[in-house]
Design a protein around this ligand. Sequence first.
Ligand SMILES: *Cc1c(COP(=O)(O)O)cnc(C)c1O
Length: 416
Amino acid sequence: MSSGDLALDGGAPVRTTPFPTVNNASGRTLGAEELEALRRVIASGQLNSTIGGETRALEREFADYYSVAHAVASTSGTAALHLAVAAVNPEPGDEIITTPITDAGTVLPILMQNAVPVFADVDPVTGNLDVESVRARITSRTRAIMVVHLFGSPAPVASLRALADEHGLMLIEDCAQAYLTRCPDGRLAGTVGHIGCFSLQQSKHITAGDGGLCITDDAALARRMRLFADKGWPRDTDERTHLFLSVNYRMTELQAAVARAQLPKLAGVVADRRAGAERLSKALAPLAGITPPPDHGGMSYWQYPIIIDPDQAGGTCHDYAKALAAEGIPANGGYLTRPVYRTPVLAERQTYGTSGYPLCVPPAREVPSYDEGICPVAESLIAKRLLVIAWNERYTAADVDDIATAITKVHRAFTA
Ligand SMILES: *Cc1c(COP(=O)(O)O)cnc(C)c1O
């Protein structure tokens, strides 16, 4: 058996030792600084953010980091996005346009606030929202656009902001995968829309286990988000009162202390991810039917996405993912099992009891279609074309070279 034989067919795998991973300490930047931060909070006896100073300090530091006026902390990225939708304050049945290729955390908050998610299609190479598709989905009921910078690749937010302004809509940026992502015009992702939302979940560039942050320059939006995360309780007054329907999404002081220790490490994490990605993109350039992520220097590589042209590359993204996994490479075909609109919560309207609310008339303008075929580009990416390589700041040049070797090996076998 030659060393060129695929591991899938019984050949020797390219790689037999594990890669650094976000699932344990091998691929995280957690260390002495975070331990000291936790010790400090425990010693203070102040674990709640309405009493201690860590969460307020994190908010100040994160706002300064992004050169914006306000940051509001919460319990998760999903919670941060919920804060943003709550700040939009849609009428029941109002519509928010978003992307079908994202974590459910982008879409569930729209439903939680009784608004209707409307899905626009995506760009065939980046998987990010397509501006013309968004434009075509705007109706008299549209209130906001929720855009995702997928895998850390900058979405066309300058154009989306212009479109939003033209129609009096809010633009919310989901930056859960996009810390320090830079747009082609030099602005940071999260600062172009009205609100930017970030996640501190285990798998993101920096983590506190879970946690969320919203940024905005708008004081009124910041205040509404802060109230929504704290039972509508205006703690800047003496009154124990509750101004509107809200939840408790308060970050704990333990989370905030860890996040404060993580923040100074963020720039290094992104720089190291970029250096590794640049090396891989160079190595993949000669392979027909394999398109590395387009990058003008602003991508932050939450993952490393590759577009596979099955006709030229000799297999689908799923064929590649299976063969690469056998070679010892952490790869995933399609990212999602299905577009978000095909998950039961939407496709079967599993919302409040058996009502289907708000995906019914009233309050909706019409019962939204979440049928197969509404976003054909997104569907073909998930079914055939989107290959995702797990990425990490701790990858060495040798790690990256193993990934390149394995992809080249699989490509050679598939196109032989
Ligand atoms: C992770 C993620 C979320 C949700 O964040 P959680 O902290 O897991 O709630 C939302 N949107 C995107 C694009 C994500 O990657």
